[in-house]
Structure formats: structure tokens, C-alpha cells
Write a protein that binds this ligand. Structure first.
Ligand SMILES: *Cc1c(COP(=O)(O)O)cnc(C)c1O
Length: 351
């Protein structure tokens, strides 16, 4: 059984982090002459809080997670990249993940020169926990899982995830970017039971704030301390911290929008799986549908000609024939539906 210290890269374990002016003095004062800031242009002249404390207090309230267990970054993508840099020795260590899934795990692995091992999901996109564990070895530092999974839309089976958490002694990341659309609960409540678990969430999807770039990682205080040690000092800017606080004030608004998206999702799933389409629509716990439309390349271009952009997943492992369609407003969804109906009308051979 490896200790957390055995998982951290040697250079990171030895690292003495950069200490910023705001790290060395974080109290109240009336004259700040310590950070070489311009004294005018308040409030934008000042460096932002490097630990985003007010924002973390609010997130702590909403999520029921202690502030010491929260990392905030420039999107969840920053958290993903930092996890590689903290734990994976380039050229030596490896990570294991599933396919099809979110592309950033592999991109970050390649950027960091870390071997990326993939285990295909089964035909119904369920997790093969045995195969996943069999793909690990003593050089495997991290397992990346995504639930609900992008692009398949399904949540991974809970017992399978518990098996992975119970049998693997490295870091297990569960990416929950779509958790607010899901009928199954978050793994945040399992953090105390599984000290190597890292849960990723984001403001980019249900909270409707992809533009401000705010991602969240939840983990043991020890893991968060490692991540904080190597993050850029001011990784979340003031505008993002303030706008995030404002957005997080209105949880009701998010819940209302999620409800509308879920209603649209079921209407869309029903419409596309019925006459005249008879498409196979994979069941979704997210704000998109993976739909097997047959000739995905042709349907993709047809929709594009109608000014409608979907994600063509035809060349992704396990997704031949599939488009990934985000749920939009009722109006946008109707336009998609009507365009597809015209496509089917024109392409159905009279008998
Ligand atoms: C959209 C998405 C994210 C969000 O990334 P951000 O950097 O927070 O915008 C993370 N993971 C998955 C699987 C996603 O689909």
C-alpha cells in the first residue's frame, strides 16, 4: 500500500513554493506598499486573494465540504493538468482512463509526457472495473473516471466505482462536470471514506458560466495542499472570483435552468427515438444526448448547412454513427428537430 508521499513526484515533495506578497501578509491594513502595485485604479490595481477565501466559503456552504478540501482553478482543466504535474513523473509513470471519455485527460498526459492507458467502456458504455484495474501497475499514479461520462452521457455504475476506489492505492479522479443534471448523487460525500479520491466539478455547465473559467477540485486536505503548492499564485483572477460569487448567490436560478434542460432532454430523447427517426438515443444523465443517426458525417453537414452545430463523434471509439447534441432552449431544440425531419423526409425512399 503506497502512502500519499510515495505518489507525489520527488521534486514536488521537495519544492518550497513561491511565497507571494499576499501569502506573507494576508491581514487588513490601510497602506499597502508590499506588492509593487500601482496605487490607483482600485480595485483592479491589487492582486487578488491567492486562496480565494470568500469564494471558497460560499462553495463550502453549497457543497458541504471544508474549505481545506477545496481547490479552485482556471477551469477544471487546470486541476487536471496540476494532477499530472503533482503526481506523474514524465517518461516513467502512467495514468489509466476510459475510452470514450473527455479528451483533456489524454491531452494533458501527452503534454506532460506521461503514458496514457485506456480501457474501453463496454458496448453499453458501462465500466469494466476488472479491465481497468488490470491495466494498472505500480507506476500507475492516477485513474481518471468521468461520471456522467462525456460523450456517452451515462453515469458509471456506483458499485464499479467503489470497487476501483477500494482496490487502487493511487489517486482516483471522478470528473463530475455534469453532476447537476444527474439523478445519481455526487461522490463528494465519499471523500472522508476514500482519502485518495479527487472529485472535479465546474461552473462551466449547469451554472452557465463557461466564460469565467472556474473549476473546482474536492479532495483530502493533504491532496489539496499538494495541489496548492504547485498552482500559480494568482490562478483565479479577481473578475472571476467576484462574478462566481454573484452567480453562486442564485442557486435557484441554476436549479430552474437545470429543470428546463432536463424536460427538454426527455422530450428530445423521445422525439428522436420515435417515428420518423427511430434513432438510437443513449440514455443520458447530462445536458446532452449521444444519438446514433447512422451516417453521422452526412447528418452533421446537413445540420451545419442549416446553421446548427453539433459535435460529430463518428470517429470516436464506440461512437460510430453518433452525434453529441447539447440540449439548448426549446426554440433551438425545435430547430434541430425540424432540420432532422427534413433530412429524413428527403432521404426516406418511397416504397
Ligand atoms: C465540459 C467539461 C469539463 C469542464 O471543463 P472546464 O475547464 O471547467 O470548463 C470538465 N470535464 C468534462 C468531462 C467536461 O465535459
Amino acid at each position: 500500500m503506497r502512502e500519499l508521499n510515495d505518489l507525489i513526484r520527488d521534486n514536488v515533495r521537495r519544492l518550497k513554493p513561491y511565497s507571494s506578497a499576499r501569502d506573507e501578509f494576508d491581514g487588513e491594513a490601510s497602506v499597502f506598499l508590499d506588492a509593487n502595485e500601482n496605487p490607483w485604479n482600485a480595485p483592479y490595481n491589487r492582486y487578488p486573494d491567492p486562496m480565494q477565501r470568500r469564494l471558497k466559503e460560499r462553495i463550502s456552504e453549497i457543497k458541504g465540504v471544508a474549505m481545506e478540501s477545496i481547490f479552485l482553478g482556471n477551469g477544471s482543466d487546470e486541476a487536471i493538468d496540476i494532477i499530472f504535474r503533482a503526481f506523474c513523473e514524465p517518461g516513467l509513470d502512467n495514468v489509466v482512463s476510459i475510452i470514450p471519455s473527455y479528451g483533456m485527460y489524454q491531452v494533458c498526459a501527452e503534454v506532460n509526457n506521461v503514458e496514457f492507458r485506456v480501457v474501453p467502456l463496454k458496448g453499453d458504455f458501462s465500466l469494466d472495473a476488472d479491465a481497468l484495474l488490470a491495466a494498472t501497475d505500480w507506476r500507475t499514479k492516477v485513474i481518471f473516471l468521468c461520471s456522467p461520462n462525456n460523450p456517452s452521457g451515462n453515469s458509471l455504475n456506483r458499485d464499479d466505482i467503489y470497487r476501483v476506489l477500494g482496490s487502487f492505492d493511487g489517486i482516483v479522479v471522478v470528473d463530475e462536470a455534469y453532476i447537476d443534471f444527474s439523478s445519481s448523487p455526487s461522490y463528494i460525500t465519499e471523500l472522508s471514506r476514500f482519502p485518495r479520491l479527487v472529485v472535479l466539478q465546474t461552473l462551466s455547465k449547469a451554472w452557465g458560466a463557461a466564460a469565467i473559467r472556474l473549476g473546482m477540485a474536492f479532495a483530502s486536505p493533504e491532496i489539496i495542499a499538494v495541489i496548492n503548492k504547485i498552482k500559480y499564485p494568482y490562478n483565479v483572477n479577481l473578475l472571476t472570483q467576484e462574478m462566481a460569487l454573484e452567480i453562486l448567490q442564485d442557486e435557484k436560478c441554476k436549479m430552474k435552468q437545470v429543470k428546463m434542460i432536463l424536460e427538454e432532454r426527455s422530450a428530445m430523447a423521445e422525439a428522436l427515438s420515435g417515428e420518423p427517426f427511430n434513432y438510437h438515443v443513449y440514455s443520458s444523465d447530462a445536458n446532452f444526448l449521444l444519438v446514433d443517426v447512422g451516417d453521422a458525417n452526412r447528418v452533421y453537414r446537413w445540420l451545419l448547412d442549416d446553421d446548427i452545430v453539433t459535435r460529430n463523434r463518428n470517429s470516436v471509439c464506440g461512437c460510430v454513427g453518433c452525434l453529441r447534441i447539447t440540449i439548448g432552449t426549446a426554440d433551438e431544440n425545435r430547430r434541430l428537430f425540424e432540420s432532422l425531419r427534413r433530412f429524413v423526409d428527403i432521404n426516406t425512399v418511397e416504397r
